[in-house]
Design a protein around this ligand. Structure first.
Ligand SMILES: Cc1ncc(C[n+]2csc(CCOP(=O)(O)OP(=O)(O)O)c2C)c(N)n1
Ligand SMILES: [Mg+2]
Length: 668
């Protein structure tokens, strides 16, 4: 077929295809197969359905698009360039190169128009459910009869790999349960994965599975060329209000490539110069030069700009009217969008007096409730453990997906999806997400926590039952290596408060921490409320002197976090009585402390005091950094045991007497 005969639609689809294979070829690295097969669904969705404005990728009421199969990112970059986002042909030519805005997998913080960072399969699918929940929640909170300021859809393109990963199954199950009607997944059903055909690994009836989840399932027989069928399916999907939709689009990976189409050879390596030429020929592409963009195709794609500008202008007009009619709500909307906190948001943060005794998880629950009274955007949830994590916002109701009201999301026992969805809530914006479960199960959330860190998303992870102190549930439930392994993650702050008041302060710090995720790590067991009258800093500095040595010249510095802080306080009393000037440093957050100026850090941990002892019910690996060569660490380089918490703590060395003995040895 010669180009003259090609419809502009076909020409446009093939422009996506050829740009994608050219970029992969130039980079000599990347994934040509998915864009070749999925270009038609990408084209129809972006040109005919997606509400977006290439001139303002941050327009809050745009539809969201997640390319969950992030390896196919040349599809997305081609669409972004062609429809007129701030991405040039030169950017496409720099695909996968140092400093480029077209990295090997889509990175939201790098490329305008990318709504979610994807690549670890399944994660984007989970994110999309969070985006759809956020839309529902915000629509219920802000829309007024006849005046809609929140009204958009969420689309994701998912691959075989995405649907094999467990996290997408959890997310789909929840989305079906919730009946998220504005969520659509386009499934690139190409029967091939990285290693070979899906007949090796993936033969279940995906459609039936999704029907069982409560999704509407549609089918496009020929996704390689049948744009009308894709159009019809999308039309049915957006007409369905009660259920999310999965559109199985049967495609051929590497479509057009004479020697590689339909095989895993097309998945993840450049086609090769010769095969690129043959593919173009097979597609009826007349231009041998790489990166050729026919004017007609570009004109067609760039209509997205006018459409987008007009759509956003309509919305801005509606929003102006909304602001006049509902000034307070409009201000709340702006504040939530920008992540600002209202004046006096922390006015009700609770305080406790020394002498009282309570678990930090309980104090955290009170803090959450105090904050939620002022911050309606606080949208939290837990994985079937709210009784234990104490994270319920009282009186706010459970999130009801039909009405969109309620600030407590019941995620069910789905930690993987809970974390991916929390990221989706944060990507969407307008809400402040927190999610909770036992600290040990942070392992089930880790892939998403890592993506939250990479994207510096303001997600608050609440992890309770943070040590052997939880007791009877035993070693399967007792975190040991978790604190350190999470501290190893860049851009993630881990905050482990030492008593009830510090738990409230942890929440203050978390709410004010907008430039990355934060984990608040809390204990199950009761702890004494500590006397803070001698402290020289606060929680937001990451570490501070809680009680200084007599005379202000310590011979020994005890550094503790969380539930071990009171042991340091108890040990200090005894050591002081023995004539050893002892300082107690509370170190709830390494990451905050690292950011302090050196003078502050050295004032807290004087370099000339070499006798430093860390106390933390977790692995000791890493503490050398703060205790130095002359120091020591009381920790737990083994798994715990099942017994009452105080027994496990005592047996494994977490007593005042043990700290005192250890300290004496250190000073010898
Ligand atoms: C969690 C995770 N595991 C493994 C990979 C490596 N990987 C990238 S794509 C892929 C599978 C490709 O199959 P499919 O998802 O069907 O994509 P297609 O080959 O059809 O483009 C794998 C295993 C990954 N990106 N993420
Ligand atoms: Mg596949």
């Amino acid at each position: 077929m010669s180009t003259v005969e090609k419809s502009v639609d076909q020409l446009s689809v093939d422009t996506i295809r050829t740009l994608s294979i050219d970029a992969v070829q130039k980079a000599n690295s990347g994934h040509p197969g998915l864009p070749l097969g999925a270009a038609p669904m990408g084209y129809v969705l972006w040109q005919r359905f997606l509400k977006h404005n290439p001139r303002d990728p941050h327009w809050p009421d745009r539809d969201r698009f997640v390319l969950s199969a992030g390896h196919g990112c040349m599809l997305l970059y081609s669409l972004l360039f062609l429809t007129g986002y701030d991405l040039t042909l030169d950017d496409l030519k720099a695909f996968r190169q140092w400093g480029s805005r077209t990295p090997g997998h889509p990175e939201r913080y790098l490329t305008p128009g990318v709504d979610a960072t994807t690549g670890p399969l399944g994660q984007g699918a989970g994110n999309s459910v969070g985006m759809a929940i956020a839309e529902r929640f915000l629509a219920a909170r802000f829309n007024r009869p006849g005046l809609e300021i929140v009204g958009h859809r969420t689309f994701a393109l998912v691959s075989d790999g995405d649907l094999m990963e467990g996290v997408s199954a959890e997310a789909a199950s929840l989305a079906g349960h919730m009946g998220l009607g504005k969520l659509t997944w386009l499934y690139d059903d190409n029967h091939v994965t990285l290693d070979g055909p899906t007949s090796w690994t993936f033969t279940e009836d995906v459609g039936k599975r999704f029907e069982a989840y409560g999704w509407q399932v549609l089918h496009v027989e020929n996704g390689n060329t049948d744009l009308d069928a894709i159009d019809a399916a999308l039309r049915t999907a957006v007409g369905q209000k009660e259920k999310p939709t999965l559109i199985r689009v049967r495609t051929t990976i590497g479509y057009g490539s004479p020697h590689k189409a339909g095989t895993s050879k097309a998945h993840g390596s450049p086609l090769g110069a010769e095969e690129v030429a043959l593919t173009k020929k097979a597609l009826g592409w007349e231009w041998p030069d790489a990166f050729h963009v026919p004017d007609e195709a570009l004109r067609n794609f760039r209509e997205a700009v006018d459409r987008g500008i007009k759509a956003q202008a309509d919305w801005e007009r509606r929003f102006d009217r909304y602001s006049r009619e509902n000034p307070d709500l409009a201000e709340e909307w702006r504040r939530s969008r920008d992540g600002r906190l209202p004046e006096g948001w922390d006015a009700d943060l609770p305080r406790w007096k020394p002498g009282e005794s309570l678990a930090t998880r309980v104090a955290s629950g009170k803090a959450i409730n105090a904050i939620a009274r002022h911050v309606p955007a606080l949208l939290g949830g837990d994985a079937d453990l709210s009784e234990s994590t104490k994270t319920t916002i009282e009186g706010a109701g459970e999130f009801d997906p039909r009405t969109g009201t309620g600030n407590n999301i019941h995620f069910g026992v789905r930690e993987h999806a809970m974390a991916a969805i929390a990221n989706g809530l944060a990507y969407h914006g307008g809400v402040r997400p927190f999610v909770a479960t036992f600290f040990c199960f942070s392992d089930y959330m880790r892939p998403s926590v890592r993506l939250a860190a990479l994207n510096e998303l303001p997600v608050i992870f609440v992890w309770t039952h943070d040590s052997i102190g939880l007791g009877e549930d035993g070693p399967t439930h007792q975190p040991v290596e978790h604190l350190m392994s999470l501290r190893a993650m860049p851009h993630l702050a881990i905050l482990r408060p030492g008593d009830a008041n510090e738990a409230a302060e942890a929440w203050r710090a978390a709410m004010e921490h907008r430039d990355g995720p934060i984990g608040i790590v809390l204990c199950r067991q009761n702890l004494p409320v500590l006397d803070r009258s001698g402290k020289t800093g606060d929680t937001s500095r990451g570490a501070y002197v809680l009680a200084d040595a007599s005379g202000g010249r310590p011979r020994l510095v005890l550094i503790a976090t969380g539930s071990e802080l009171h042991l340091a306080v108890g040990a200090r009393e005894k050591l002081e009585a023995e004539g050893i000037p002892t300082r107690v440093v509370s170190m709830p957050c390494w990451e905050f402390f690292e950011k302090q100026p050196r003078e502050y850090r050295e004032a807290v941990l004087p370099p000339d005091v070499r006798a430093r002892l860390s106390i933390e019910a977790g692995v000791t690996l890493g503490w050398k950094r703060w205790v130095g060569d002359g120091g020591g660490s009381i920790g737990l380089d083994r798994f715990g045991a099942s017994a009452p918490g105080e027994v496990v703590l005592r047996e494994l060395g977490f007593t005042v007497d043990h700290v005192v003995r250890f300290a004496r040895d250190l000073l010898r």
